[in-house]
Design a protein around this ligand. Structure first.
Ligand code: COA
Ligand code: AMP
Length: 637
């Protein structure tokens, strides 16, 4: 199965025959302060590093270098239906905003290598903050606004930031979420206190500032501007971290994914033209959040490195005000490419199954829809194709990789689509599927999906201050490979089929969450003896968490009361993003004879899938009990 029009096979073969030459060519698209002495050093870091010896600045490449040629072009269009605000920021204005904010950060004592945590809603200042850090060589760590203070505190303790950037509030649909009290609580919970915080006061909710610690964003920027203070771009090593982005691990302790400067720029710039098929000057929209990797790579860095106009959308696919919101944004701003999670399209399809709201919008500019973040179910892909009449491209990647591992590279000419598969490995990646013993399996056989080392530029060099954890999690399971923790198979045409995770991660509305982390919260409730959290199928969010709890003997509270306390506890400790709404009390949990909880079988029962009695089960009756309880809750098929 090959397409005569696609250059994919030729480009992939070119990469495979000379990976370093391929990436050295791609690196010519970047302005370097000093070019690399060595394209790749397999001995640097835990598994090699790219562009050794090079000096560069990511903010320079994303902003300053475009100013002479596209200074008046929109760099960012902020479109916020939740506040009724729109703002277009040209490349020249972006340079001014970022350089001024970077000077403020320097006044706050932030220097090259210091960490700066951002806990921000989807406002332009969030992108200014990220770029300002990049400008002065500071390392940003953006924490998604839907996480609770305890989660934020964990990240603060790991990153030990010099400063924190935040805002008074976020806006979720019609709900104003006060961010500042959450930040204050997180700082009081954390051991690593920042020296200072810069707070952007939004008109929807002003918050009080802590004397001696907090500064008013607008006032500080105004002062710096009045004094004409701007920070220049500080050259950093290509291998220096640009950011740390925390992502769910198998326990409650998140993993600090490190992204370097040089390899990241080279890889993202390559993807914009070759993968997404977008030209400089065109309008690119990733409907995600700056708190996720999609937001880092494709709201901020990718489009700006490529000289595109990036859309920053503060709203939802539905309800702000309706399921036509995406069509309005595309038509109004001339978006050529939209990237979002399948769940957003499921939400639109649910509200407006016949896409009536599409009528009246001129989408002639629109060329392609890209979906990632969770498995793209064929129904949703085909529905989107039908209503939009453009290619709908499923692609698969992870926070760790920073850019697509597999997909259908539109810029190289698309290959034939197989619904349910994100197509083929991108240049940079050799995918294999291994059995439990680490042996390659035959085509169409399920196993663990691994990437042959070395990883290409842009992928994580390590975890923040945790080389050993990095090796244990990703390199040790299958020597010579990076373990993706995804399960699936390769078919006879080399198409990859990603079917689910091999660890305790679940994907809720495209958000990556740890069931282990939720179990830690449930277990902390005084009435709970033991618990298990699984992800169960959900028509909108793909999966939602479901917690089974066994109460301690002698507990006098009713199970209903404990269950609602558990729901509230997960929201309080992890945050609303966990979408934990289902706690179910059971008499006992099904286990193997060695005491391992049979989460996989419970999931199959809850999803109404075919399941077989595990040979190692301790007491088969328990699974029947679980099935009955689930049926009572409207689950189990
Ligand atoms: N700050 C504070 N709270 C937040 C938040 C933020 N930045 N983001 C989400 N939340 C809250 C939501 O308001 C919701 O709260 P609720 O339980 O009180 O309703 C909760 O966290 C769960 O959020 P979510 O799972 O996103 O559900 P939703 O009902 O708000 O929206 C979708 C569902 C499908 C519309 C939404 O998830 C979506 O647009 N997803 C696609 C785009 C995307 O985000 N992709 C990410 C990876 S590419
Ligand atoms: P995140 O790190 O939040 O981007 O989540 C990465 C995980 O989401 C992957 O390891 C997969 O489990 C899942 N995922 C992302 N994209 C896809 C896709 N296109 N198909 C199937 N699963 C996906």
């Amino acid at each position: 199965m090959t397409s005569t029009h696609s250059r994919y096979h030729e480009v992939y073969a070119r990469w495979k025959s000379d990976p370093e030459g391929f990436w050295a060519d791609a690196a010519r698209e970047i302005d370097w302060v000093k070019p690399a002495d060595k394209v790749f050093d397999p001995k640097a870091g835990p598994h090699g590093q790219w562009f050794i010896g090079a000096l560069c600045n990511t903010c320079y490449n994303a902003v300053d270098r475009h100013v002479p040629t596209r200074g008046a072009q929109a760099a960012i269009i902020y479109d916020s239906p939740v506040t009724g605000t729109k703002r277009t920021i040209s490349y020249a204005e972006l340079q001014d905003e970022v350089a001024t904010l970077a000077a403020v950060l320097q006044d706050m004592g932030v220097q090259r290598g210091d960490r700066v945590v951002l806990y921000m809603p989807m406002i332009p200042e969030a992108t200014f903050g990220m770029l300002a850090c990049a400008r002065i060589g500071a390392i940003h760590s953006v924490v998604f606004g839907g996480f609770a203070p305890k989660e934020l505190a964990t990240r603060i303790d790991d990153a030990r930031p010099k400063a924190i950037l935040s805002a008074s509030c976020g806006i979720e649909g019609s709900r104003v979420v006060a961010y500042k009290p959450l930040l204050d609580e997180a700082i009081s919970l954390s051991r690593a206190k920042p020296d200072s915080c810069l707070i952007f006061q939004r008109p929807q909710l002003e918050s009080s500032l802590v004397e001696g610690r907090d500064r008013d964003w607008k006032e500080e920027v105004a002062k710096a501007r009045a004094a004409a203070r701007k920070a220049g771009c500080v050259p950093v090593a290509a291998t220096d971290p640009l950011y740390v982005l925390y992502t769910s691990g198998t326990t409650g302790r998140p993993k600090g994914v490190v992204r370097d400067n040089g390899g990241h720029m080279v890889a993202l710039k390559w993807t914009m033209g070759n993968f997404f098929g977008v030209d400089p000057g065109e309008v690119f929209w990733a409907a995600s959040d700056v708190g996720w990797v999609v937001g880092h790579s494709y709201i901020v860095y990718g489009p700006l490195l490529h000289g595109c106009t990036a859309i920053l959308y503060e709203g939802k696919p539905v309800g702000t005000p309706d399921a036509g919101a995406y069509w309005r944004v595309i038509a109004e701003h001339g978006v050529v490419t939209l990237f979002t999670a399948p769940t957003a399209f499921r939400a639109i399809k649910k509200e407006d199954p016949n896409a009536n709201l599409l009528k009246g919008y001129d989408l002639s500019c629109f060329r392609a829809l890209f979906l990632a973040g969770e498995r793209a179910d064929p129904d949703t892909v085909q529905w989107a194709e039908r209503i939009l009449k453009v290619p709908v491209i499923d692609h698969w990647w992870q926070t760790e990789t920073g850019w697509p591992v597999a997909g259908n590279a539109l810029g190289l000419g698309a290959l034939p689509v197989k619904y349910g598969s994100p197509t083929v490995a991108m240049p940079g990646y050799v995918l294999e599927v291994l059995d439990e013993g680490g042996k390659p399996v035959a085509p169409n056989t399920m196993g663990s999906i691994v990437i042959r080392l070395p990883l290409p530029p842009g992928c994580l060099p390590t975890l923040w201050h945790a080389d050993e954890r990095f090796k244990e999690a990703y390199l040790d399971p299958y020597p010579g490979y990076y373990n993706t923790s995804d399960a699936g198979y390769l078919d006879e045409d080399g198409y990859i089929w990603v079917m689910g995770r091999t660890d305790d991660i679940i994907n809720v509305a495209g958000h990556r969450l740890s069931t282990g982390g939720m179990e830690e919260v449930l277990a902390s409730h005084p009435a709970v003896a033991e618990c298990a959290v699984i992800g169960v199928k959900d028509a909108l969010k793909g999966e939602v968490p479901c917690g089974f709890v066994v109460l301690k003997s002698g507990v006098t509270q009713s199970s209903e009361e404990v269950e609602s306390e558990l729901v509230a506890l997960v929201r309080e400790k992890i945050g609303p993003v966990a979408a934990f709404k289902l706690a179910i009390t059971v008499g006992r949990l099904p286990k193997t004879r060695s005491g391992k909880i049979l989460r996989g079988t419970m999931k199959k029962i809850a999803d109404g899938d075919v399941w077989s009695m595990p040979a190692t089960i301790d007491d088969p009756v328990i699974l029947e009990e679980i099935g009955e309880v689930l049926k009572g809750r409207g689950l189990a098929g």
